[in-house]
Design a protein around this ligand. Structure first.
Ligand SMILES: *[C@@H]1O[C@H](CO)[C@@H](O)[C@H](O)[C@H]1NC(C)=O
Ligand SMILES: *[C@@H]1O[C@H](CO)[C@@H](O)[C@H](O)[C@H]1NC(C)=O
Ligand SMILES: *[C@@H]1O[C@H](CO)[C@@H](O)[C@H](O)[C@H]1NC(C)=O
Length: 270
């Protein structure tokens, strides 16, 4: 009896989750980009109880960056119809105040119930919005033909492996050739875009990037992982800095990585 109740609850919540349409999520990300450009929250279908956080700190949405108009030069969005979640990367290079912003949203019945952003600007880890814009525009994140799409599990495993190797540099990571990483505004593919330049040197100490929050889009082979990144902030090596890694996976292999990480002191004191 208890089993069958649990089972039907499980199935019901699964059915609910997959009932989240791509069109609904696309409406949410389109309106998010418009709202951020205008600095107008009224352009968003927000649930009454919407939660809002920037750089892992809950805050009043009216006091946040989303209430400021910024010039958006470029954006990319991905849509997770299983988790009813979205992810958007905003590049604002020509804005009076330049930013690169990563935002994850949760949607329920067409309303946005949660928004959290990693908001990077001058002084954050290798921040350079001009560089970010220059490189992101050259990349191809078009939909992957249906017969060549990876499963959610494959995409997730690729991104997880990349973060897991920070704790153990001998773990294998499925990197493609070519593979390029856009880290702040710095591009590993700058010298040779046909090479795999994503391989990371071992960190001086094992890093446990946890508190991972995922958005996965099989159609684009894309995923983002929000996470807490330790060690980088030299003045506070134990603190988990707000960080986000966006991935493009093709045939199980990582093609692109975009990382943004917040610092407390300029360039994390490094
Ligand atoms: C807000 O309301 C939605 C239903 O509209 C619900 O799914 C969600 O869990 C609520 N969130 C919080 C933080 O209470
Ligand atoms: C930022 O990136 C642009 C474009 O790649 C480059 O020309 C510029 O020198 C960079 N600025 C800094 C401060 O690194
Ligand atoms: C690191 O990964 C390798 C390869 O999977 C494994 O053999 C080793 O035990 C791991 N080391 C630690 C400290 O977890």
């Amino acid at each position: 009896m208890i089993y069958s109740v649990l089972l039907s609850l499980g199935l019901a919540s699964q059915a609910l989750a997959t009932a989240c349409s791509r069109a609904t999520l696309q409406e949410a990300t389109t309106s998010y980009v418009r709202a951020q450009a205008a600095g107008q929250l009224s352009l968003l279908a927000l649930a009454d109880n919407v939660s809002y956080a920037e750089n892992d700190m809950p805050m009043d949405i009216e006091q946040g960056v989303l209430s400021q108009a910024i010039t958006i030069d470029f954006s990319r969005s991905i849509h997770d119809t299983v988790e009813c979640a979205t992810f958007t990367e905003i590049t604002a290079a020509t804005s009076k105040h330049p930013y690169v912003i990563h935002t994850r949203m949760l949607v329920a019945e067409s309303n946005i119930i949660a928004i959290e952003s990693v908001v990077t600007d001058q002084g954050d880890w290798v921040f350079n919005a001009t560089g970010h814009l220059h490189w992101t525009k050259q990349e191809d994140w078009d939909p992957i033909p249906q017969d060549r799409r990876d499963t959610r599990a494959t995409i997730k495993a690729a991104g997880d492996a990349y973060l897991d190797q920070w704790a153990n540099s001998t773990l294998p990571v499925p990197l493609d050739t070519p593979c390029a990483r856009l880290e702040g505004g710095m591009y590993t593919g700058e010298r040779d875009s046909s090479a795999n330049t994503c391989k990371m040197p071992a960190f001086p100490t094992p890093l446990n990037a946890d508190n991972r929050r995922y958005v996965i889009d099989e159609e684009l082979g894309a995923m983002d992982i929000f996470n807490g990144f330790p060690w980088l902030e030299a003045t506070k090596p134990d603190a988990k800095m707000p960080s986000s890694n966006m991935f493009r996976v093709e045939g199980g292999l990582i093609r692109y990585i975009h990382e943004v990480t917040v610092c407390e002191t300029p360039r994390c004191g490094r």
